[in-house]
Design a protein around this ligand. Structure first.
Ligand SMILES: *Cc1c(COP(=O)(O)O)cnc(C)c1O
Length: 444
């Protein structure tokens, strides 16, 4: 299909192709009661993942002592950021009125320092359980997972490989978990991956294979190498149900945090969440989990860089992974290394079709501005990729398309009761040197 034909599928494609910033409202969104029966997964899948994570918590405490504080449950704080709310109004004219602004700080998740700790750890643990049962190290799913820390079990895992392709953070999550369990861990890294992430992995005993091309190349080659090896398991970022469910568990945890903070989510109190999107797995899993809990009372937007707008492109054209950003003349290159993906996951795009409220895309310079803004107003650091999420509330407050969306959804008189969550997807492990360099980047 040429560009003119694609534009006829959805006019937003014209702006995407010119790398313009867009605010896209998803025309295929459906009421949740109607959408939920068409989804590939249901609440029982999330419950299973949640149960498995609870079961493995003692093992995590054993292999990662830093998780002892939270009893082996890897979870991040939810922090209200009123000074940032004021800054957004004064600096950008983005007035959230009586709404409250929160930061969900997956940037501080233990061990991996990013949202990838959720899906990545879960995927490796599920695989490990299956493999250990097969190898006779566990009698079944209800057997004591602490057996997996034994020298015999570790020697068994050492004969097996876990491989993944990554722009960086997924590699850290999968690499750390599998190396600490005793596996040979191999991470296939795209050219966008930051040097410190490669160094960090190598320092923790993970093998890093580097590719000159983009993420698409790393994943195709990594998958082929792993598939050719019977003792290797490939964590498939584009298609893994386990990754998706690991991310989805975030929602029930957030629900408890909102309750503790006294934040109501109901028909009169909308919850508006913005999550940065790469291939779609992490934001999609979280979105799915939130929808299962809050239904029509939660409104979810994804945020992508203008040059790597693969999810909005796939959803707007209904072509999902059958189209990539290069097909419309974009480079796929962005400073947002965690979002530098040219082709979206089809698994996730299809699930998001009736669930997602919409998308915003943004230019790279804004990532650094929002990063400095958050630091100046709240004294918090999150990595530039994560900062894409701030563009959600800013555009909801300002952009005509999203003001129209507010009226169409019947939210106009409820916005003063809204809670906005900006999902901070990464940051903790970024070294001081790199933070300093970020602070100087795109400085006007
Ligand atoms: C991976 C990542 C995302 C997006 O996750 P996907 O599953 O690729 O959509 C967002 N932010 C950061 C910092 C990431 O590392």
């Amino acid at each position: 299909m040429d560009l003119q034909e694609l534009i006829m599928l959805d006019p937003v494609v014209a702006d995407l192709a010119e790398a313009k910033e867009v605010c896209w409202v998803n025309p295929r969104k459906a009421p949740f009661a109607q959408a939920k029966d068409s989804l590939a997964f249901g609440p029982e899948d999330i419950a299973e993942a949640s149960k498995r994570l609870a079961k493995f918590a003692p093992l995590l405490m054993e292999i990662f002592p830093e998780t002892a504080e939270t009893n082996g449950i890897i979870e991040s704080p939810l922090t209200e950021i009123p000074a940032m709310k004021t800054l957004l109004k004064e600096k950008y004219g983005a007035d959230l009125g009586g709404g409250r602004l929160f930061l969900k700080r997956d940037s501080d998740l233990a061990v991996a320092g990013s949202i990838k700790a959720r899906g990545g750890f879960y995927d490796v643990l599920k695989h490990t359980e299956d493999l250990a049962i097969e190898g006779g190290f566990l009698d079944g799913p209800d057997d004591d997972p602490m057996k997996l820390a034994s020298p015999e079990a570790r020697a068994f895992f050492a004969k097996h490989k876990v491989q993944v392709a990554s722009t960086g953070n997924l590699g850290i999550s999968i690499g750390m978990m599998s190396a600490y369990l005793g596996y040979q861990a191999i991470v296939h890294m795209s050219a966008d991956a930051k040097q410190w992430k490669k160094d960090y992995l190598r320092a923790h005993g993970v093998t890093v294979v580097e590719y000159a091309g983009d993420y698409g190349k790393a994943i195709t080659e990594g998958r082929a190498i792993s598939d050719a090896d019977p003792d290797s398991y490939f964590v498939d970022d584009e298609n893994s149900k386990e990754l998706f469910m690991g991310y989805a568990v975030a929602a029930e945890r957030l629900q408890k945090q909102l309750e503790t903070a006294g934040v109501a989510v109901d028909e009169d109190h909308p919850l508006i969440v913005t999550i940065p999107c790469g291939v779609g797995g992490a934001p999609g899993g979280v979105a799915f989990g939130l929808k299962e809990i809050y239904g029509d009372n939660v409104h979810i937007f994804f945020a992508e860089p203008v040059q790597a707008s693969c999810m909005v492109l796939g959803m707007a054209t209904d072509m999902h992974n059958q189209i990539c950003v290069q097909d419309i003349g974009l480079s796929g290159k962005t400073h947002a290394d965690g979002l530098a993906v040219g082709r979206a996951s089809s698994l996730v795009g299809r699930i998001m079709q009736p669930l997602l409220a919409g998308e915003v895309t943004l230019e790279d310079y804004r990532l650094y501005d929002y990063m400095r803004d958050l630091d100046a107003s709240e004294g918090l650091f999150i990595e530039p990729s994560s900062c894409a999420a701030f563009h959600g509330p800013v555009m909801i407050a300002k952009a005509p398309e999203l003001r129209a969306w507010i009226y169409k959804e019947g939210l106009a008189d409820k916005m003063d009761n809204a809670s906005y969550i900006v999902w901070a997807t990464g940051g903790k492990l970024v070294p001081e040197e790199a933070r300093k360099a970020f602070k100087e980047t795109y400085l006007k």
